[in-house]
Write a protein that binds this ligand. Structure first.
Ligand SMILES: [Zn+2]
Ligand SMILES: [Zn+2]
Length: 388
């Protein structure tokens, strides 16, 4: 298979990727498939970066400036329930977040720029593994991504169900929240349900902790600072007349500034520790590696908004400047592209996927009509930056 010159035919590539999803850090076939297509374009392809990551470099002209454009490669452990001809061929594996579309759009842009003899500049097309769970962006960075492929700016797109096809949305500064998760083990002292005075009840302690956590957002952060603390699981006990030894809480927190993130982590630990101690018990936190706040840089947002407006005009002229929405609020979901934005200024842009089922749903599907706009967006970015 080759990357088709007609952008509409990119749908075939997207659908092939859709039919063969792979989970995070296992994108071996996907990486091979992409590498072959990118090599055929004459790009210099380096694989195996941070496990299955790929960088395909297009170098034209003498300038030393370079930009990165990133797509994520992983699917999710979901069994697809769409009835499409290209539905996932694999049980419990699905491109339910549209990363198939992200890859196809970046391939389309690589094709367009590689086949444009007038284009001068260096673009690193970054295909990263494991956006959903393992922080593939960080793995690539730890494997020397930006030392080996220095970039002045980096850009990424994520599709956005519920926003019209042909529309883009962005925000200067925080566009997506951080995410951190912890398992909290509350240790008490078990005993007979009729003799609570001889026990330390971890359920009572856990319940106090859950309630106290709700005050971190309402009492420690300013009223205009969005943040979320969710205790999504609380496990303890086995019978109504036994006071158990321990309780386990699963918690996630989301913040929209790095300072709030640190403050929240500090407060949650402080509260849980003090509450448990006050009741004669103790707590242990086991943190899961999180994703930072995704912060768009103003200079990259400026380029990105021009590229998006132009993409709208080229795609369907009627939309013109109304095809870009400035988001009032950040998205409270998270993105591991944030790791790249900690290293290099850049921007994450949302692209409308129309009235589709939500991301991570077994009914979700990437709309192939989006592709035209995404390819235009990426190619416009490169042209705007290097035509300066
Ligand atoms: Zn996702
Ligand atoms: Zn995603």
């Amino acid at each position: 298979m080759q990357i088709p010159s007609d952008i509409a035919d990119l749908a075939l590539i997207r659908q092939y990727l859709h039919a063969h999803p792979e989970l995070g850090l296992k994108e071996f076939r996907t990486a091979d498939f992409l590498s072959n297509l990118l090599s055929d374009l004459g790009l210099e392809v380096t694989g195996g970066i941070g496990t299955t990551g790929i960088v395909a470099s297009l170098r034209r002209g003498k300038g030393d400036r370079a930009i990165g454009m990133r797509a994520d490669m992983d699917g999710l452990p979901i069994s697809e329930s769409t009835q499409k001809s290209y539905t996932s061929r694999h049980e419990n594996r699905m491109h339910a977040c549209g990363h198939d579309g992200h890859m196809a759009m970046l391939l389309g842009a690589a094709h367009a720029l590689a086949n444009d003899p007038g284009f001068k500049g260096t673009v690193h097309f970054i295909f990263q593994p494991a956006e959903e769970n393992a922080g593939g962006a960080k793995l690539m960075i730890d494997d020397g991504l930006f030392e080996r492929f220095p970039c002045d700016m980096v850009f990424a797109l994520h599709n956005f169900p519920g926003m019209e096809v042909g529309k883009f949305a962005i925000r200067d500064g925080c566009i997506a929240a951080s995410i951190d998760g912890a398992t909290i083990t509350v240790k008490g002292k078990g005993g007979h349900g009729a003799q609570p005075e001889k026990t330390v009840d971890p359920i009572v302690i856990g319940a106090q902790i859950v309630l106290a956590f709700q005050t971190v957002v309402s009492r420690n952060l300013g009223p205009f600072d969005p943040a979320v603390v969710t205790v999504g699981a609380f496990h303890s006990g086995s019978a109504s007349n036994i006071i158990p030894e321990r309780a386990t809480l699963e918690m996630s927190l989301r913040a929209t500034t790095p300072e709030d993130r640190q403050l929240m982590i500090h407060r949650l630990v402080e509260l849980a520790t003090a509450i448990a101690r006050g009741f004669g018990g103790s707590v242990e936190f086991e943190w899961q590696a999180g994703y930072p706040v995704t912060i768009n840089a103003s200079k990259a947002v400026d380029v990105a908004q021009h590229a998006a407006r132009q993409a709208g005009q080229e795609g369907i002229g009627a939309l013109d400047s109304h095809n870009l929405e400035w988001l009032d609020n950040p998205c409270m979901g998270s993105e591991d592209f944030s790791f790249m934005l900690e290293q290099v200024p850049g921007a994450l842009m949302f692209i409308g996927n129309g009235e589709s089922p939500p991301l991570h749903s077994p009914e979700y599907d990437f709309d192939d009509a989006v592709m035209l706009f995404g390819v235009q967006y990426f190619t416009n970015l490169a042209r705007i930056i290097f035509d300066d």
